[in-house]
Design a protein. Sequence first.
Length: 318
Amino acid sequence: MKNIIILILVQFNLFSCAQNSKKNDEVKEDKVEKINYKPNKDDKVYSGDVNLTNQNEIDEFGKNNYTFIDGNLHIGNINSIDFSKEIFNVDALKTIKSINGEFIMTRINTIESVSGLTNLERVNGDFTISGCGYKLKKIGAFNKLAELSGDVTFANNNGEYGQNGITEISGFNNLKKINNIYITGNLGLKFLNCFNNIEEVKTIYISNTSVEEISNFKNLKMVNGKFSIEYSENLIQVSLPNLEIVKEHFALHENSKINGNINMPKLKKINHLYLSSNKKFEDYCNLSESIKQNKIDSLSAYFNKIDLTKEQVLEKCK
């Protein structure tokens, strides 16, 4: 699992380092503070890490009706390269409300639903679902999750031979602020209806999906780092109705269908706008007013259908 996360971060950082953007050295990382959770007096507590590698272990652990795990919760064998064929659901874990550690579910090709985790309210660490797309078509059921101190990662949830896999990610609408969101390598992913109430985040990185529209971050105002969308060949629209500030860069890279349909009506400042290798991108006029009002500090456009400078955008979109 650690290798998967490291690969994602390396890929993202390589892209970020390749930008010819102005670095804002004064930007401070505004992370969600990690504070040790304390159980309530009515919680039933399990102390220690929980590693559940098959259905029997899940069902037996669930019989204890724990509500608070004072440690990490791992579902699937995070230390194995093999996929589990012995986990079908997590229904027995329906009483869990708090995890004072990270949550990882990984390398399971038989699970069909995560609805058993619908009562989860707090995770004091990273939240990761990866390599679970053989039969799992939708990731949802997390609308009670209100506190999350780490990163959210949905990675490589594909079917056999990289086909199909999850088609929708929904929920997570009780979260207001988290650190980083990585949605990458989910080739069959068509619908994002999640994180609708997030207001502040450090990084959003979306790559290798089949989504046509990014419009789920309806209340997002502040990106303290980067917002990047890459290798999503069906993407035709990005709509961020309340986005005000991106402190580093906003990037579109290798999205072959999008042509200028970027809507950010409340934008106040983007440090650097980066558009690269979007084969049909030639219409910059949705961005012209923001450029005119100096809300976009710098623009780099390379290998699109048409590449323009800020001055050329203003001239073309009079």
